[in-house]
Design a protein around this ligand. Structure first.
Ligand code: NAD
Length: 478
């Protein structure tokens, strides 16, 4: 019986480990300390790497069905502990029940569905003379470095393809949200041979040790663009493989033919899901001039109905900001808007005495295109709404960013929606919907939003080497 409320330990080589040092985990809705978490030493990372390397030969040689079965077992373990995971996720991350259900339920679905994906050998030639086959063989040991906004789901997006393709893995959760991941590691001892999945907790320094570690063959990273660049630089020393899922500044373009009232809730959740702490949140909302006023009014009216509070309360729809540095960062964007005299259609006043790190839903009415709130990624509940009237100009503005993660277009004129969508520079473009993900759908960023992708066979391939075997059947015969 695993206690989700106490005793958070790392999983290294199948053993549960504490450390000499520790750090604190907080509930962001109350700012109260909720746990002490082991701060892994470099020697403990070395132990995790050694355990993973020792487990690798057997794991890679195991039949695919065994690895598939392990993923299904992980799905079952997540499902049978879903209540505990959801409560703990809300406590450490802040997200309300609906968000926790989506994340924990999604993690189990991902394990089950990814288990169905198979990277089969490609037989390129099988003639009387030659046989040429490309196989997809595991890299070895993967280091997974995860952020705090979707701690479990984004860990599973790395664990599932890594294990299925025959790699062993070391997972490092964000120091702001380590608890669910530590419990996942503890649980998975029931599904996997020791050393195949290790979980180590620590700060950013631990991430740096991982990305420069000679015993790790690939880093699967999700986080800030600037951190991603550090990871790539440090991985270069040993030419480690990297998959980088980084920041975004997703535009949404709204055409003049939509019904403002009907679309307002969809646009709201496109921007504010997970309290806007979402790589794919709509971060710039471009609304056609003709309906701009009506959409902003409907969005403001809808936003006023949304309950912000402690995610543990049943009626809460939006939780707090997950951690203090991020809270202070969002406040900076609000201050910058005030300093520059931009108009708030809603919000903008933060209650500094609130129990937790709460920021009200804030809408900034048509700030300049080069303002910080438009050009950067606030990663919190502050959204600039912007006017447009010329199609080619709004496409240019939407693409005028170093990011290229996602984008969306909304309108009844499907020809126009598709025409605009095809011109947007982003890994995923949603048309009249948003945030639809699938284990079968490649997810990744263009430009500085990332390198490589996750999910789908394309994402899975990034955990493998191409191993091409050519056989000349006749050369030795004469
Ligand atoms: P972050 O980059 O600060 O931290 C992410 C992880 O990297 C943490 O585990 C952290 O400890 C570790 N880390 C920090 N410095 C490191 C270093 N020098 N070397 C190695 N590891 C290091 O990001 P965050 O604040 O946790 O997450 C928010 C960011 O993540 C946003 O920019 C968001 O857009 C992005 N994000 C992207 C995706 C995506 O799929 N593209 C998904 C979610 C979040």
């Amino acid at each position: 019986m695993i206690d989700f409320n106490h005793d958070y330990r790392m999983t290294i080589g199948g053993r549960l480990e504490t450390s000499a040092g520790s750090f604190k985990a907080f509930n962001p809705a109350t700012k109260q300390e909720i746990a002490r978490v082991p701060d892994a030493t470099r020697a403990q990372l070395d132990q995790a790497v050694a355990a993973a390397r020792a487990a690798f030969p057997q794991w890679r040689a195991a039949p695919r069905e065994q690895r598939q079965a392990a993923l299904i077992r992980i799905a079952e373990l997540i499902e049978s502990h879903a209540e505990q995971f959801m409560a703990l996720l809300t406590r450490e991350q802040g997200k309300p029940r609906a968000g926790a259900e989506w994340e924990i339920g999604g993690s189990a679905i991902w394990c089950r569905e990814m288990a169905k994906l198979a990277l089969n050998d490609e037989v390129l030639e099988d003639s009387a003379e030659r046989r040429v086959v490309t196989r997809f063989t595991p890299l070895g040991v993967v280091g997974a470095i995860v952020p705090w906004n979707f701690p479990i789901l984004l860990a599973i997006w790395k664990i599932a393809p890594a294990l299925l393709t025959g790699n062993c893995i070391i997972v490092k959760p964000s120091p702001f949200t380590p608890l669910c991941t530590l419990k996942l590691g503890e649980l998975c001892r029931d599904a996997l041979p020791e050393g195949v999945l290790n979980v180590v907790s620590g700060g950013d320094e631990l991430g740096k040790w991982m990305s420069s570690h000679a015993g790790i063959d690939k880093i699967a990273f999700t986080g800030h663009t600037d951190t991603g660049k550090h990871v790539m630089r440090s991985a270069a020393a040993s030419l480690k493989r990297v998959t980088l899922e980084l920041g975004g500044n997703d535009p949404a373009i709204v055409l003049p033919d939509v019904d403002p009232k009907a679309i307002a809730p969809q646009l709201f959740w496109a921007a504010f899901q997970n309290n806007a702490q979402f790589c794919n949140a709509t971060k710039r909302l471009y609304v056609h001039d003709r309906i701009y006023g009506a959409v902003l009014a409907a969005l403001t009216a809808y936003a006023k109905t949304v309950v912000v509070g402690d995610g543990a309360q049943a009626d809460t729809q939006l939780g707090p900001i997950q951690n203090e540095p991020q809270y202070l960062k969002v406040l900076e964007y609000i201050e910058d808007c005030k300093k520059n005299g931009y108009r708030f259609a809603l919000g903008g006043e933060v209650d500094a005495d609130a129990q937790g790190w709460f920021v009200p839903v804030t809408l900034v009415d048509d700030p300049p295109e080069d303002s910080r709130v438009v050009a950067e990624e606030p990663f919190g509940p502050i959204l600039p709404t912007l006017r447009w009237h010329d199609e080619s100009d709004v496409i240019r503005r939407a693409n005028d960013t170093r990011y290229g993660l996602g984008a969306s277009v909304w309108g009844r004129d499907l020809a126009a929606v598709q025409r605009i969508g095809r011109q947007l520079e982003a890994g995923t473009v949603w048309l009249n919907e948003v945030h639809q993900y699938s284990p079968y759908q490649a997810f990744g960023g263009h430009k500085e939003s990332g390198v490589g992708c996750e999910n789908s066979l394309h994402g899975m391939m990034e955990y493998t080497n191409w191993h091409t075997i050519t056989l000349n059947k006749t050369a030795m015969m004469g």
